[in-house]
Design a protein around this ligand. Structure first.
Ligand SMILES: Nc1ncnc2c1ncn2[C@@H]1O[C@H](COP(=O)(O)OP(=O)(O)O)[C@@H](O)[C@H]1O
Ligand SMILES: [Mg+2]
Length: 368
């Protein structure tokens, strides 16, 4: 047995600032932003108008040059790229922007086909691929229409087909469903989910559309050029499901559980690793997500495993509650994933949640 693969980082943003204008007229649009997005994640960006969402999206899309800070896409740094390198970078990306720039002289099929021709794929049946993609957005009966003969929503769907037809590694979308009716919007959301799940496509969408929010792995909220919150929706739900199996958390309300889950961080260990060691200062509380561990104590005659922990079991609380060194070593029996809560967050949770505090008092009593 081995550890499930660690999630690949697709987008890494650090210390990102951005300015428009020069001299006295200079205005800062982004302030010291940090963000990590994993491969195959669907990230929704929300925030009021003027908060910097489009600026951030165009920087990630190599449509603007990075001025200060760093953005890497699948490990490639965007800062310092020359225009030709930016163009090359954009071949990995599918853009769905509000001004969708369809070519008026071309039919829907030709517009989508052009996106295929621009990539270096070997010659194939481009028309068939274009038609299949147009069918997926519900436009089978419009492939020979030119943009002027399509409605706003239909043009938007051609633009979406064009962005998705090459199955890009990244999709950047700015309000992609704004012009769409309910069914077309749901269809687009389903397509994005499929690409993310089946092809590991990483999707960043600026939207306030609640239909999209329901498929998001993460929601990033921006205000005045700052990322003010970054909610890991799917991961938080997974952690909550594990916490619910854990005796101390089982009486907690969903909102209290979610509070705690959002503060927990995944840590991964190979077989035979010490997660905590006897005598060390305790700084974290742990819940086992998968795998198993032995609790090992020291006796007069040597060390002895006194218990085995598995999924949903927890450890590490005694040193935090009593402010004492670790009273045991916890070693993994196999590759193991745990969720860790810092001492500070753990003590805050104990304080604010009555049932948790009572349970912890009982555990301290029974574990000595
Ligand atoms: N090309 C530009 N020139 C000058 N200021 C700009 C430009 N684009 C955006 N801004 C300013 O930067 C800030 C963020 O804009 P934007 O990224 O478009 O926000 P959002 O997409 O969240 O509405 C706003 O104050 C906007 O006026
Ligand atoms: Mg915008």
């Amino acid at each position: 047995m081995s550890l499930p693969p660690a999630r690949e980082v697709a987008i890494q943003i650090s210390r990102l600032n951005h300015f428009f204008g020069k001299g006295d007229a200079q205005k800062q649009a982004l302030y010291d932003n940090h963000l990590t997005v994993h491969r195959g994640e669907i990230v929704i960006m929300t925030g009021p108008s003027g908060s910097g969402k489009t600026t951030l999206l165009t920087l990630i899309g190599a449509l603007r040059s990075v001025q200060e800070g760093s953005i890497t896409l699948a490990g490639t740094e965007l800062s310092g790229l020359n225009p030709a390198q930016q163009v090359e970078m954009r071949r990995n990306l599918g853009f769905i922007f509000q001004a969708h720039n369809l070519l008026d002289g071309l039919t829907a099929r030709q517009n989508v086909r052009m996106a295929i021709e621009l990539t270096a794929t070997p010659r194939g049946d481009y028309d068939r691929a274009a038609d299949a993609m147009l069918a997926a957005v519900g436009l089978s009966d419009r492939v020979t229409y030119k943009p002027r003969n399509l409605s706003g929503g239909q043009r938007q769907r051609v633009a979406i087909a064009r962005a998705l037809v090459n199955k890009p590694r990244f999709i950047l979308a700015d309000e992609p469903t704004a012009a769409l009716d309910k069914d077309s919007g749901a269809n687009v959301v389903r397509l994005l989910r499929e690409l993310a799940s089946n092809h590991g496509t990483t999707v960043l969408i600026v939207t306030h559309d609640s239909r999209i929010i329901s498929v998001a792995d993460r929601i990033v909220n921006m205000v005045d050029g700052h990322i003010v919150s970054d909610l890991r929706i799917k991961e938080t739900m997974v952690i909550c499901a594990i916490l619910k199996k854990c005796s101390v958390f089982k009486d907690m309300s969903p909102s209290d559980l979610t509070d705690i889950a959002q503060k927990m961080i995944e840590e991964r260990f190979d077989a035979g690793s010490d997660i905590i060691r006897l005598g060390d200062v305790g700084d974290k509380f742990y819940v086992v997500a998968s795998g198993s561990t032995d609790i090992i104590i020291e006796t007069a005659t040597g060390t002895r495993a006194v218990a085995k922990l598995g999924e949903g079991d927890f450890f590490g609380e005694v040193a935090l509650l009593k402010d004492q060194p670790r009273n045991a070593t916890v070693t993994t029996r196999e590759p193991t994933v745990v969720y860790a809560l810092s001492k500070e967050n753990f003590l805050a949770a104990v304080k604010s949640h009555k049932s948790f505090e009572e349970q912890m008092a009982n555990i301290l009593f029974s574990r000595g």
